[in-house]
Design a protein around this ligand. Structure first.
Ligand SMILES: [Fe+2]
Length: 156
């Protein structure tokens, strides 16, 4: 596999995880349901761990974690748009509506996050000779069970 493509995908994934941290930080502030807030705080910790994992991958590949690209900038802008959307909803003064908007933003961020890890899993299988991105590691991260009940209750 083309090393530049691997680098681009890893750096985009790192950017998405960093944005995910800001998404969860903002979502936690928007949560009115205690169970939902607790769930999002767990996912915030989980997302911070993903940032560390990808920064370690970059280190082992000798990728510059701050290297920019137009695609990475788009990932960044999309993440920041989710944060801005949640802030705007909160500023509107209806806490229930703001929580609802935060749920939507979290779901969008999580969907992209999931696709990223599926892609990294594919890369890992194609690059078996590259030690830090082993299928086992990525599989472990992708397949971690997630509790959705409080989020689903918030939608009800
Ligand atoms: Fe993640």
């Amino acid at each position: 596999m083309n090393n530049l493509l691997v680098k681009e995908l890893v750096l985009q994934s790192l950017e998405r995880e960093r944005c995910g941290v800001r998404v969860y930080e903002t979502a936690v502030e928007s949560a009115t349901n205690g169970d939902l807030r607790a769930e999002w705080m767990r996912y915030l910790a989980h997302t911070r761990r993903h940032v560390q994992v990808l920064e370690n991958v970059c280190k082992k590949f000798a990728f510059d974690t701050e290297e920019t690209s137009s695609a990475r900038q788009i990932v960044h802008d999309r993440g920041e748009a989710l944060v801005a959307t949640m802030r705007e909803a909160r500023d509107a003064g209806d806490p229930a509506a703001a929580q609802f908007v935060a749920c939507e933003c979290v779901m969008r961020a999580e969907t992209e996050d999931y696709v990223d890890w599926e892609t990294l899993d594919l890369i890992a299988r194609l690059c078996k000779h590259v030690p830090p991105l082993t299928s086992e590691l990525v599989h472990k991260l992708v397949r971690q069970p997630r509790v959705r009940a409080p989020l689903e209750e918030a939608w009800a």
